[in-house]
Structures are given as structure tokens and as C-alpha cells.
Design a protein around this ligand. Sequence first.
Ligand code: ADP
Ligand code: MG
Length: 242
Amino acid sequence: MIEINDVSKWYGQFAVLTDCSTHVREGEVVVVCGPSGSGKSTLIKTVNALAPIQRGSITVNGIQVCDPKTDLPKLRSRVGMVFQHFELFPHLSVMENLVLAQVQVLKRSRAEAVERGLRMLDRVGLSTHKDKFPGQLSGGQQQRVAIARALSMDPIVMLFDEPTSALDPEMVGEVLDVMVKLAREGMTMMVVTHEMGFARQVSDRVIFMDQGRIVEDCSSDEFFGRPESRAPRAQDFLSKIL
Ligand code: ADP
Ligand code: MG
């Protein structure tokens, strides 16, 4: 579903990604972890062309992300993205947040968008909050709305960039629960997170990044089950966060 081949990216002289290759199969959940500044956010942003690359190639469901002929708004509409800071429109109600892109990008009728929106809000347990504004919700609820908004676009993959790291600890669980459910329902997911409990529970593979390189890319069982075979940097990192 996602193919990342020999991707490199620079900011001026600074190599933010160096020769990164990996893939995500349909229905697979891949967790990306690593120290701050190692390029995790940049890597997942390359998948929907939010971060342009200078070398290599990326395809999503066969679509060439870096081909200038690719319709990027259309591609992005099928690649759901959830950020650390929920990025909901503060002046729009929960429902209007869900309806907007469905109508503007997917050209759905308002009625259809509302119906789809309600179903997705129900999926994250928030249908009774549809008329509230983001500011009236807790952080955990706002993040669940952000997930529902992404889902209402019928994404073929979902990208998450540290979706729980801006939340108060008591709200982390409700967001992870939604993500676990999504994973179990077969969604293809690429998730930057330091929630190793989540990684162990639902991920199929774990990628560990350091200084813009993928230094570990293995099955979750291998990553958590055979600590002695991990790259020393990954070992060191895990010993600090576990
Ligand atoms: P992570 O998500 O792993 O913390 P990022 O992908 O955000 O890492 O960033 C990787 C590196 O690239 C960091 O050193 C960061 O400072 C640098 N970086 C990110 N965005 C830019 C930018 N727009 N211009 C210059 N450097 C950047
Ligand atoms: Mg980041």
C-alpha cells in the first residue's frame, strides 16, 4: 500500500532523511519510533507529499507521490493524517469540521457528508458532541474528532504523528483505544509514537530511526522479543522510554 524507496531529503546542507526504504502492506500497522529530531515526522509527511523529497520514490496504492502529474489534493484526500496538535478548525462545530473537506474535496452532497460524519463520530464515541466547538472538548475528545474527520474521507491509509503526545496522561487511553479498534478493523496505518504498549499490542512492524536513517525495520515480535538483536541505538532509546 505504501512503498518508500531510497528516499533522501535535505534542508540546505542538512540531511533530514538519508536512503530511507520501507513499505507498508495493506492492513498492516507500522510504528515509527526514534529520538526527537531523527526524521520521523518528515518521513511520514513524505507519504502525502507534505514534505517534498529530493531523491527516491514513494507510491501509495500504486500512485506516484512525487510525479508532478499526480493530483495531490486527491491523493491527500485518501491518505488520512492525524497530527500531535489536533488542527481542527476552532470556529467550526465538530460536524462542520467533518463535513468541510467531504463537500469541498470529495464533492459529496451536504446530506451525504453529514450522514458519513455522524457515522464516523459514532465510531469514535462522540456523536452526541456533534454541535459543540473544538474549544468545548477535552484534548482527547478533540483528537478523536480529528480521527473521525480523517476517516470521513474514506482513507486507504492513515498516518499518525505522535497523536497522543500533546495529551494529558488520563486522555491517552481513549485515543489509543480508537486507534487499536481501527487497526483491528484492518486499516493500513503508519504511526509515529512512543507508546510502546500500543506498538507491542497492535503493530505488525516497528521502524526505528536515528539521524534521518532507518536503522531498524523488523517485525514487532522481533523488536520486542529479541532485545539482544536490536541495533545499539534502538536498545539505548528503548531502555530510556520503557
Ligand atoms: P522527529 O519527528 O523525529 O522529531 P523531524 O522530522 O521533525 O524529526 O525533524 C528532523 C530534523 O529535521 C530535525 O533536526 C529538524 O530540526 C529538522 N527540520 C525539520 N523541519 C525543518 C525545516 N522546515 N527546515 C529545516 N530543518 C528542519
Ligand atoms: Mg516529530
